[in-house]
Write a protein that binds this ligand. Structure first.
Ligand code: MN
Length: 374
């Protein structure tokens, strides 16, 4: 079977357990996110700044090694080590990756601006070393978003360190101003000026007592309801930026929504255009272009398995669609990446396949060496 090489628009670091302990004063380190897993590995307790909440962990599927017959967990063993990780990627056919934090995602639950600022600096100073191991790693900077001036300062510091992307939770900090308010314009300006991709990852709403993290529903169908629910945050964030005219003011700003599928883009573009036309007398601000034009030019999205995602490019005309592995998370393709890529692309024309597997990523990150030709 021919090997298909693909870049990933959605991958994750696994931070070392002692990251904060070795880089922050003890009183601050103790308040940064930390996960304690139960002995049976089925639940974890996440502690963040004095609060904690329980989370059920997905059970890894079991794979049978074809050579030895041994049963192994379908969970990537090498993700913690940037050199061993390259072996995993080579085996899977994954070339370059946009790499998000893992435990760092819980930082959206921090409410103390000073703690957040120092914690994010610690994550970024560590992750830049991970990125330096290989040009195949494009790590996202973690941005302290409780105060826009802190965010701007860290964006500028990270740009100087060599970051090309910044991770943003899909929801603005609790109790603060939302992504469509002008409070964030200096942040968008800093991202645009430094050529930093604004990278939304789905499922990153802050924890609060009413929802638990990502657990909006209980009862029949709860797991599936919650899984689908996590995708909407990325769509909301995108809609806010377009509707508020962010791309009018910052036309070179580009955003990606990782892990949330692809066909939602054209759907939202249609709804925005209809609203813009039919409710025109109520629309503020007016935009220089139709909303769909911003969606089709400034917004990118990554998916893992979605059978319909290729049609977002071929049938709906949205070219900014990237495949993503979600390595090493359980929602991802580790252990079956080639099977997934062949199922997605064997019946697809070469230009479309190249656009989704490598081209859109190369457009976002022209500094990354090209994938081996496949
Ligand atoms: Mn992901």
């Amino acid at each position: 079977m021919e090997k298909i090489w693909a870049n990933s628009g959605d991958s994750h670091l696994v931070e070392p357990d002692d990251l904060f302990a070795r880089s922050l004063p003890a009183d601050l380190a103790a308040r940064m996110p930390r996960s304690d897993k139960d002995a049976d590995g089925r639940w974890e307790t996440v502690h963040v700044d004095g609060a904690s909440f329980r989370r059920q962990l997905p059970r890894p599927r079991q794979l049978v090694d074809p050579e030895t017959g041994a049963t192994v967990d379908e969970r990537a063993p090498n993700a913690n080590d940037p050199l061993l990780r390259l072996q995993d990627l080579d085996g899977e056919g994954i070339w370059a990756e946009l790499v998000y934090p893992s435990i760092g995602i819980w930082t959206s639950s921090i409410t103390d601006p000073g703690l957040l600022r120092e914690g994010m600096r610690a994550i970024n100073d560590w992750a830049v070393g991970y990125q330096a191991v290989s040009p195949r790693y494009v790590c996202t900077a973690s941005i302290p978003l409780l105060r826009p001036e802190d965010a701007v300062a860290e964006i500028e510091r990270c740009a100087a360190l060599g970051y090309k992307a910044a991770f943003f939770p899909v929801a603005a900090p609790s109790g603060g101003d939302d992504w469509h308010t002008p409070v964030w314009d200096p942040v968008y300006a800093a991202l645009e000026a430094n050529g930093i991709l604004l990278s939304f990852h789905i499922g990153t709403e802050p924890h609060d007592a009413s929802t638990s993290h990502g657990a909006y529903y209980r009862g029949p169908g709860g797991a599936l309801l919650n899984y689908v629910e996590t995708t909407y945050g990325g769509q909301r964030a995108t809609t806010k930026l377009i509707a508020a005219g962010v791309f009018d003011r910052f036309p070179d700003l580009r955003i990606i929504v990782s892990e949330g599928g692809a066909t939602w883009g054209p759907f939202i573009a249609d709804r925005l255009d209809e609203g813009y036309r039919q409710h025109g007398s109520a629309v503020r601000p007016l935009l220089r272009k139709m909303p769909s034009e911003y969606l089709y030019s400034n917004v990118y999205a990554s998916f893992q398995h979605d059978r319909s995602a290729v049609a977002a490019v071929t049938a709906m005309g949205w070219r900014n669609v990237l495949w993503g592995s979600d390595y090493p998370h359980i929602e991802g393709t580790y252990g079956h990446t080639q099977k997934t890529l062949h199922e997605l692309f064997d019946d697809v024309d070469e230009a479309t396949r190249r656009r989704i597997t490598v081209g859109a990523f190369e457009e976002l990150f022209p500094h990354v060496p090209p994938a081996p030709s496949s």
